[in-house]
Design a protein around this ligand. Structure first.
Ligand code: KIV
Ligand code: ZN
Length: 527
C-alpha cells in the first residue's frame, strides 16, 4: 500500500458552512490560489446547485487553479449537472456525489413510502440512487467521488454493500464521512479495516475519510483511518466547518510530518505555507483563531514560564517538537513604513501569499502609503488586513462612501452615513444609544432594511496607539448568520465597514436568490 496521502481541502465547501462564514467569489478565488500554493491535491470549491453565487465561485476557481477542483452534488440529476457545468473547464476536475446511508438519515430523509415501506426497502432504494448518481456523474466526468453520508453511524454490512455498488458503478474515490463526529479512533479505524475485508472490489478505489470534530477527535480519527488504509483525507484550514468543524488540515499534516517515526506517510503540502493560508482564511471568514490552537494559534510557539524559557534557551528541542519556521511563522517581524517603495511592498505581499497584478498594485500602494502616514510602522498583520480589505472591496455590493459621527458625554450620539451602490448613493442620519448604534441605525435607514446584530467584537491588530482596529460584526437573518469585518485606525469607521460587509455577505450568499429544493427525490429509480 502506498504511503502518499491525498489532501482534499474542503475549506471552501464544508468550511464555508461554518455559521457566518460566507465568502464572496473574490475571497474564494484568493483562498483557492493560496490552497494551490500550499500544495493540496483537491480543492472542493463549493456546492454549485445551491445558489447562483456558489455556481459562480466554483466556475471561477475551476478556471484559476491547476489543482483538481471538486464540486459537490447530492445524488440528484440536477445537482450533478450543475456540478459538471461549474467545473467542466477546469484542467483537473471531480464530481463529488453523496447519499445518506445511516438508518438515522434514511428514516429521516427518506421517510416517505415512495422510497420503500420498510427500512430494508429504503436501503435498497438508496443503493439504487447511489448507483444512478455515480453512473450519471461518470458519464460526464472521468473522476467521480462518492460519499456515504453518516458512514460513521451506518451499519457496517450495509455500508460495505453501498461502497461495493458505488465502486462497481465507477466511483474512483469512496469517502467514509464521520458526519456527526461520533466515532472514536479505534472504532473508526476498525470500520475502515472492516471495509477492506468485506468489499471485494475495494482495491479499485481510493478510500477517503472526512471527519467532523464534535468530540474533538476529527484529526485523531483521520490519522487512525490512514493507518487502517485510507489514502485521502478531507480537511479544512483552521478546522472550520459545520458545527464544531472538520479535521484541521494543519494539524493532520503536521502530525504526519512530525511523527514520521511512527506514521511513515507523506503529503504534497508545503508546510511553510500553512501560516499564511491560516491567516488568509481567518481574515476572510472573520473566524478568529483561538490563541491556543495547535500549529497556527498565536501561542502555539510561545513559551511563558521561566523554566520553559530557560530550557528553550539551552536547547529548543526541550519544549518544541517543530519550529515555527517549519509552518511559515516568520522568524523576525518585518516592518515597512512610509519610505518603503512599491517594490518592497510587492515583495512582502508576495511572501505573504498574495498575487497582485500591476494594475491593482497602484491602488494597493496608495492605500499602503495612506496607512503608513497614519501608522508609521506597518507590520505583516496590517498588510494582511489591507489586502483583505482590498479583495473584499472589489466584490462588494454596498460600500461606505462617507461617515460623520457626533458623540460625547453630553451629546445624543448621531451618525450620518452615505452608502455607495452601483454608481448611486444613499444618505441618512440617525441617533442611537452610542456612536456605533447610531451608525448601524443610519445604515439600516439608508438601506431600508434592519438586520439583527448577533455579535460585535473589536480588537487591536498590532500593538501601540496607532494600531489598526478590527471590528467583526455577525448578523442573523432567516436563521443564517453572516460575518463582516472592518478595519481602520478608527474603530468607529471600522464598525460601519464591518456592518456593511456583513450585509454584503448576506447579499453575496444568494439569500435573495432562489434556494435549493430540499426534497430528496431523484432519478427514475425512486419507487
Ligand atoms: O459531513 C459529511 O458527511 C459531508 C459529506 C457531504 C461528505 O460533508
Ligand atoms: Zn462534512
Amino acid at each position: 500500500m502506498q504511503n502518499r496521502i491525498i489532501i482534499f481541502d474542503t475549506t471552501l465547501r464544508d468550511g464555508e458552512q461554518s455559521p457566518g462564514a460566507s465568502l464572496s467569489v473574490n475571497e474564494k478565488v484568493e483562498i483557492a490560489r493560496q490552497l494551490a500554493r500550499l500544495g493540496v491535491d483537491v480543492i472542493e470549491a463549493g456546492f454549485p446547485v445551491s445558489s447562483p453565487a456558489q455556481f459562480d465561485a466554483v466556475e471561477r476557481i475551476a478556471g484559476e487553479v491547476d489543482v483538481t477542483v471538486a464540486a459537490l452534488a447530492r445524488a440528484k440529476e440536477v445537482d450533478i449537472k450543475a456540478a459538471w457545468d461549474a467545473i467542466k473547464n477546469a484542467s483537473k476536475k471531480r464530481i463529488h456525489t453523496f447519499s445518506s446511508t445511516s438508518d438515522y438519515h434514511i428514516l429521516g430523509k427518506f421517510g416517505d413510502d415512495r422510497y420503500g415501506r420498510s427500512l430494508a426497502e429504503k436501503r435498497k432504494t438508496v443503493i439504487r440512487m447511489s448507483i444512478d448518481a455515480v453512473r450519471y456523474a461518470g458519464s460526464l466526468c472521468a473522476d467521480v467521488e462518492f460519499s456515504a453520508e453518516d458512514a460513521g453511524r451506518t451499519d457496517i454490512g450495509y455500508l460495505a454493500d453501498v461502497v461495493e455498488a458505488a465502486i462497481e458503478a465507477g466511483a474512483g474515490t469512496i469517502n467514509i464521512p464521520d458526519t456527526t463526529g461520533y466515532c472514536v479512533p479505534d472504532e473508526f479505524a476498525g470500520k475502515i479495516e472492516e471495509l477492506y475485508k468485506r468489499v471485494k472490489n475495494i482495491g479499485e478505489a481510493v478510500i477517503s475519510v472526512h471527519c467532523h470534530n464534535d468530540l474533538g477527535l476529527a484529526v485523531a480519527n483521520s490519522l487512525a483511518a490512514v493507518r487502517a488504509g485510507a489514502r485521502q483525507v478531507e480537511c479544512t484550514i483552521n478546522g472550520i466547518g459545520e458545527r464544531a468543524g472538520n479535521a484541521s488540515l494543519e494539524e493532520f499534516v503536521m502530525a504526519l510530518h512530525v511523527r514520521q517515526d511512527v506514521m511513515n506517510y507523506e503529503t504534497g503540502v508545503d508546510t511553510r505555507q500553512i501560516y499564511n493560508t491560516s491567516r488568509l482564511v481567518s481574515g476572510f471568514t472573520g473566524i478568529v483563531i483561538q490563541p491556543n490552537k495547535a500549529v497556527v494559534g498565536e501561542n502555539a510557539f510561545a513559551h511563558e514560564s521561566g523554566i520553559h524559557q530557560d530550557g528553550m534557551l539551552k536547547n529548543r528541542e526541550t519544549y518544541e517538537i517543530m519550529t515555527p519556521e517549519l509552518v511559515g511563522v516568520p522568524k523576525t517581524k518585518i516592518v515597512l513604513g512610509r519610505h518603503s517603495g512599491r517594490h518592497g511592498l510587492a515583495a512582502r505581499l508576495k511572501a505573504l501569499g498574495y498575487s497582485v497584478n500591476d494594475s491593482d498594485m497602484t491602488d494597493i500602494y496608495q492605500r499602503f502609503t495612506e496607512l503608513a502616514d497614519k501608522k508609521k510602522e506597518v507590520y505583516d498583520e496590517d498588510l494582511r488586513l489591507l489586502m483583505g480589505d482590498a479583495v473584499e472591496k472589489s466584490g462588494e455590493y454596498y460600500h461606505l462612501d462617507y461617515l460623520q459621527v457626533n458623540s460625547g458625554s453630553q451629546a445624543i450620539p448621531t451618525a450620518t452615513v452615505r452608502i455607495g451602490f452601483n454608481g448611486d448613493t444613499m444618505e441618512e442620519s440617525a441617533t442611537g444609544d452610542g456612536p456605533v448604534d447610531a451608525i448601524f441605525n443610519a445604515i439600516d435607514r439608508a438601506l431600508q432594511h434592519s438586520s439583527k446584530i448577533e455579535s460585535y467584537q473589536v480588537r487591536s491588530v498590532t500593538a501601540g496607539r496607532q494600531a489598526q482596529g478590527e471590528v467583526i460584526v455577525r448578523i442573523r437573518e432567516n436563521g443564517l448568520s453572516f460575518i463582516g469585518r472592518g478595519v481602520s485606525t478608527d474603530v468607529i469607521e471600522a464598525s460601519a465597514k464591518a456592518y456593511i460587509r456583513a450585509i454584503n455577505h448576506r447579499m453575496q450568499s444568494g439569500q435573495n436568490e432562489t434556494t435549493i429544493d430540499e426534497t430528496e427525490e431523484q432519478f427514475s429509480t425512486v419507487v
